[in-house]
Ligand binder design. Sequence first.
Ligand code: SF4
Length: 398
Amino acid sequence: MKKADELQIQIDDVYACRGLCAGCVLSAVERKSTHPDMSEFTFARTEEALVQYAHECKPLRRVNVTYGIADHILMGVDYLVKIHQSGSRIVTAGNPADIEHSAVFFTTSLVGKPANVIAMLKETRARISGEVPFLPLVVLDGRLMQATKFGPMFREMVLVAKELFGKVDLATNLSAEAVTAMSPDELIEFAEINGFDEVTVNWAPTIENSKSTLSDIPVIFDWLVRFDALAVERPWIGTSFRPVIERTVNSVMCRSDGSPNLMTAAREILPETVAKSIEIDHLGFVLPKLEAIGDITHAERHGFNPLGHINDGALSDTIRKATKGFVQSVIREHAKGACVECDRTAICAGTGFHVATKVARITGAGSPEEHGCPHVAKALIDRIASRMEIEDAKRTAA
Ligand code: SF4
């Protein structure tokens, strides 16, 4: 197995949020929380386990630590300073060569009185120190864009955050409601006006949110295609799903002789993914963090078992022991229903689309499999991969 040269870590310490995104992975009850959901003991143990893991993974090019999932601003300045210090220790333990692109991120919805939020951001900036950047990852509830007062207030907060921290990324949770409330053109325009550097669309079906995320698949697909076309025209916008699919197509094709194989793709690509990209939930469970349309976790809320727990011993051992079972669970999901006849199954298995597939099968949401793929994966992969195949054929002929 190729050694991972970067670490992408997510720590799910805060679930509190005043937003109402229908595509959120958290339930409404979880979002009502008013305090950090990760206990101090688990927080400290998580840091210890990740510092050791980052140290073992050296040499590394990049290390990024994201504190998610919800609104960290609600936890106050002391808490923000604490997560920056803890995340910095993890980044530093990996001694990344590319320190410019290594950082600690924190999620926030920037919902609140602008004067209060701005005061908190300024105090946080004044109190953090060290060379590891602390960057806001702003999660936008698309329905807020319709509120007349929202735009100018939000813009003010984002511009201050950008001035203070140097970079601000935007993410939004896709659902049937979100695609109706906010067109791709509006989202891109919003990102441009407000000075965001990166826009990530997260589509993360869970068993609980499946009605919102897996209904109206053709409408969600059209939204993604339009968003992709706009993003391609604007190279300054970093987005997630096109690079993920392109990377996986390349990775699968260079491992095959023109006939990609599900088993080979899953067994060769996924162990590297899970070694470099992990998530620790609020209880300390260790989860594979994958990418399809944005980030998606292979977790209980999607119908899967965790890899293990941070108290099981060294994280490297926990991941190593659980990887075979994880890969088998991905292969199993692709050996059923419409996936059996699908000609993109090897590429699909190299991403995180199996999570949406599992949720569609458990809940019965999604498109009927007798007509093909239960969601957006096949049509999106076809669209991106066939363009790559044409370009490749042109290059070979030249
Ligand atoms: S693209 Fe759809 S049908 Fe094909 S393997 Fe993936 S989920 Fe299954």
